[in-house]
Design a protein around this ligand. Structure first.
Ligand code: ADP
Ligand code: MG
Length: 336
């Protein structure tokens, strides 16, 4: 947009900005009132429960402008939210965007962010129906809220895992954390790793199908790291788990790095932002999981088993020896 090339938010003003956002949005079929009123009015399919999830993205906490462009950031802001709806076995539907940016922000940067966010939402027929826009005294602060739905009583919580269930995970682990590790080390990650970090794909279709077919008994998306997020399931379900080190699904690029530096392997256990789905399945449903994996063309790997207990997690190595593992995912307030 050449006319807006050097325009700043403080020149454009809040209302013109909101109007521009509104003009870019095409309301989906469940939207009765979208952007432009005091509240959005939307509907859900009959017999569904509403799912709602919110995430905050703060500049220099969650992202750095020198490591990502604004359009990619828009994609990621929405993708991580879609992932939360997927983790409940739901269908994402409506999006709300809270934006706080400094007045000096270039309008083209914000446009790029919106382009990314709207494109990501559109892939899943999700409509942006509202939000709020303010000036920030410093960092960009982005609040993304998503609403989705599931048929009543079919949402998949973290508390449904039972002894004997198999522990399954989609995709591969540790790629995003490895990209971040290399960036922090001022190295250039391979494009496959960078994509996993900057453009995570929410496993929306997998989550929805697991919900619809009642295949997952407990589920979470991996945002803080496999060990940390599995522990949430174990605590909520009051069970133990044992996972096998050899079975963790690793990408080829990840393995090339760990071949030269084996210490990096622990990123598969503790690294965050994979946005894969981690879920427990009754052993009799394994065939359905295999079929689903083939149908949606997404690898699903069995990495361990749920046992009786009260929240302990063990890791079994190649020799068959199991040891308790220390859970240390990312915690915003504890940096130890
Ligand atoms: P209010 O004064 O009631 O907060 P606003 O003027 O902030 O209303 O917002 C007007 C309309 O624009 C509302 O429908 C609101 O949801 C929408 N809106 C404001 N900011 C955004 C945004 N960043 N993204 C999407 N919709 C927005
Ligand atoms: Mg407002």
């Amino acid at each position: 947009m050449s006319g807006t090339l050097h325009l700043k938010l403080q020149d454009l003003g809040e209302f013109k900005l909101i109007d521009r956002i509104r003009q870019q949005v095409v309301n989906g079929s469940g939207v009765h009132r979208g952007i432009g009123d005091d509240a959005a009015v939307v509907s859900l399919p009959d017999g569904h429960h509403l799912l709602t999830s919110t995430d905050l993205l703060i500049e220099d906490v969650h992202f750095r402008h020198d490591w990502t462009d604004c359009e990619t950031l828009g994609h990621k802001a929405v993708a991580v939210n879609l992932s939360d709806i997927a983790a409940m076995g739901g269908t994402p539907r409506y999006l709300y965007l809270g934006l706080a940016c400094p007045g000096e922000t270039a309008v083209e940067d914000l446009n790029a962010f919106l382009t990314g966010a709207l494109a990501e939402a559109e892939q899943y027929n999700v409509t942006l129906v509202g939000g709020d826009t303010c000036r920030s005294p410093g960092p960009w602060m982005i609040s993304v809220t998503i609403e989705g739905s599931t048929p009543k009583h079919q949402a998949i919580g973290r508390d449904g895992a039972q002894p004997g269930d198999l522990i399954m995970v989609s995709g591969t682990l540790g790629d995003s954390a490895l990209a971040l590790h290399l960036l922090r080390d001022s190295k250039e990650p391979e494009s496959a790793l960078l994509a996993r970090h900057h453009q995570p794909k929410a496993r929306v279709e997998l989550g929805r199908q697991l919900g619809e077919q009642s295949l997952a008994k407990a589920m979470i998306d991996i945002s803080d790291g496999l060990a940390s997020d599995l522990e949430h399931i174990l605590q909520a379900s009051q069970v133990d788990a044992i996972i096998e080190e050899d079975k963790l699904p690793l990408s080829e690029v990840f393995q090339q790095h760990t071949d030269t530096n084996p210490a990096l392997r622990e990123l598969a256990l503790y690294g965050g932002e994979d946005y894969e789905l981690l879920f427990s399945v009754a052993p009799e449903n394994v065939a359905e999981i295999t079929a689903l994996s083939a149908e949606i063309n997404l690898p699903i790997t069995c990495i361990g088993v749920i046992q009786e207990g009260s929240g302990a997690l063990s890791l079994q190595d190649k020799t068959g020896t199991a040891r308790p593992i220390l859970v240390r995912g990312y915690d915003h307030f504890c940096r130890s």
